[in-house]
Design a protein around this ligand. Structure first.
Ligand SMILES: N[C@@H](CCC(=O)N[C@@H](CS)C(=O)NCC(=O)O)C(=O)O
Length: 357
């Protein structure tokens, strides 16, 4: 999906050279105007398999970076919906090299299921000499090793509405039919000004571009904060897709967008409503247990070398506040509606201690 200007975050800046180990980081960030382009591979995995990719347990692999807010939406949805046993998970190294996302966290530097070292190999299996960039989230067809989709906007909506046959008992309805118009409207403003706004600010290559983005970010955050004063969730009484999308940006805000992306009018922790809201979600099973602050900070500060040439990763902020009481339950709301919270994180998928408060 694209914003008004169109584009993947980095698609045009990275090479997919076939050589050996590449150079880490990407100096192009912040050196030219930022544009987000349309996801190139927009096939959908659906219940009826109309694009040739039917929903099927054990067939697909979700590839994420825990650093990435767009990929993290899918991580949260997968947990809330209980798809862990049906849709397997590959987590990339938070630091890309010049061949992009790589599986250097896995034994031998290869994804154990797909057998590849770089996510680009799945892109190449799908389309030879694909000219665009490699991005997460991505879903790969395990039998063929081909990329199916990198369309992060549609991907989570499909997990919520097309994968229902594989949802756990008690899974919430994250995109309830009667609320879709309102959810879409709320998400549109949040996408433009907040989810993508922080990137427009952070990758701006001239002062005016940065200032416009900065103002959009904080204008929208003020509106959202006002909306959340007396309602626990963004739309309706329960957690929806809109909350997931706001969460993945807010949870990163003080750690990376405030400093690295210069969105520093104030921290989320300085807005009592937003702070309580994001802590409430963080403490809800399926949200905080997907978040790795170590991956987040190392990715942003070490990869965007055009923005942070020293690649020094700040030690702060102090993470201890994430687990303190938020009192949002006093507003009512039913986090999972008629459903139930997800169970524990499956073995092998826990966030390492370095990334947790
Ligand atoms: N594919 C998405 C974007 C998702 C995205 O931008 N992911 C980032 C990570 S947060 C990514 O993989 N960028 C490629 C890179 O940094 O190499 C789009 O169409 O805009």
């Amino acid at each position: 999906m694209s914003d008004a200007t169109g584009a993947t975050e980095t698609g045009k800046t990275e090479s997919k050279g076939k050589g050996g180990e590449g150079k880490e980081g990407n100096a192009a960030y912040g050196r030219k105007p930022f544009k987000r382009s349309r996801s190139h591979f927009a096939d959908r995995i659906t219940a009826d398999g109309r694009d040739g990719w039917p929903v099927e347990a054990g067939r697909y692999r979700l590839v994420v970076s825990r650093a990435c807010p767009w990929a993290s939406r899918a991580l949260v949805s997968r947990r809330l919906l209980g798809l862990e046993n049906s849709l397997s998970l590959a987590v990339t190294d938070p630091i890309q090299d010049d061949r992009s996302w790589r599986f250097t966290l896995d034994p031998g530097g290869r994804d154990p299921v797909l057998g590849i070292r770089y996510l680009s190999e799945a892109y190449d299996a799908r389309e030879t000499d694909y000219p665009g960039g490699v991005s997460v989230p991505a879903i790969v067809d395990e039998p063929s090793g081909k990329l199916v989709t990198n369309d992060y906007q549609q991907l989570t909506l499909d997990l919520a509405t097309e994968w229902t046959a594989l949802h756990r008992p008690g899974a919430p309805d994250l995109y309830p039919e009667p609320l879709r118009d309102e959810i879409d409207e709320v998400m549109e403003g949040i996408y433009r000004d907040v989810n993508n706004g922080v990137y427009r600010a952070g990758f701006a290559s001239e002062q005016g571009e940065y200032e416009r983005a900065y103002r959009d970010v904080f204008r929208r955050l003020a509106l959202v904060s006002e909306r959340l004063v007396d309602r626990r969730y963004l739309v309706g009484e329960t957690i929806t897709e809109a909350d997931i999308r706001l969460f993945t940006t807010l949870v990163r805000f003080d750690a990376v967008y405030h400093g690295h992306f210069k969105c520093n009018r104030h921290k989320v922790a300085e807005d009592p409503v937003l702070h309580a809201y994001v802590k409430d979600l963080y403490q809800t099973p399926g949200f905080g247990d997907t978040v790795d602050f170590d991956h987040i900070k190392r990715h942003y500060y070490m990869v965007h070398t055009g923005v942070n040439p020293t690649r020094i990763v700040p030690l702060g902020p102090d993470l201890s506040g994430w687990l303190t009481p938020h009192h949002r339950e006093e507003l009512g709301g039913r986090p999972f509606g008629d459903g139930t919270p997800p169970g524990p994180v499956p073995a092998g998928e826990e966030v390492p201690a370095a990334g947790r408060p």
